[in-house]
Design a protein. Sequence first.
Length: 289
Amino acid sequence: MGDLSLQKISANRRNAQLSTGPKTALGKAKSALNAVKHGIFTKECLKNISDEELRDYEALRFGIFESLKPKDQMQAILCDKVAIDVWRLRKVLAFEQGAAQLETLNLDTSGSPVNFSDRKAIIYNMENHKSESEDLNQLKKWLTAKGNANFSDLSDKACWLLEEIVQNLQQRFPENYRHMDTELLGNCKHLGEFCTWNELDLNGFKADMLESIENKLRSGSNMPNYYENGIQEFDRKRSIYESVAQLPSAENTDKVIRYETHLQRSIEKNLRLLRSLQGIGQMSFGFAW
């Protein structure tokens, strides 16, 4: 049994010599990451971040490993330290930029300057405007149709709009419509009957209502852009606030500056150590902070 064990050990050693490891650049880069898959330096840094931020970090880390080309575990650990420090430095720089933007927008991080109910209100008003435009166009089509315009063909909202338009006509043309009884709108079957009861000229009444409808449609033609711009501005402010709110408060400016200096020195230190391990006199690094 002892001889068999020695033979097996020898065979395993010979088989191990046949494995040369990854040969492609991508394979070698992935292999270099194996030494630090435990995330000894990344665990605390990457807590509570979004999937999008995690993808950004992984892309940054992969680019740094590709650029620095670690050859062993120690070099890979140094590369991982550099990646974490660069990631943190980006956060600090984002904070500084965001703080300046908050000051420009006259906002602060003591409380959220953007309330989700405000965004919902914009969307609600936008949808109401869209619905009103559709009802106005229905009224316009209804008034220009041949034959008697039956009130039963209108939706409830269109009927309310019609009543509003009629009331506005009374205010605009008091001489023509001062004796008109708007309450009769709910008791008539069609517009011709309403005009007969109120002694109105049907065609002239239709023309005045169509003009009012066109005016309302023209006055609201820019409203969709107004609401869209309102939503975009809200989202822009929210994005700026949320990116800064996750970082140190603006009151700790000195602390942030010291932290930024610490990160820059840490990056330089680990790059020097890596350069020493790789036996390179001068290095150029192809990644962006």
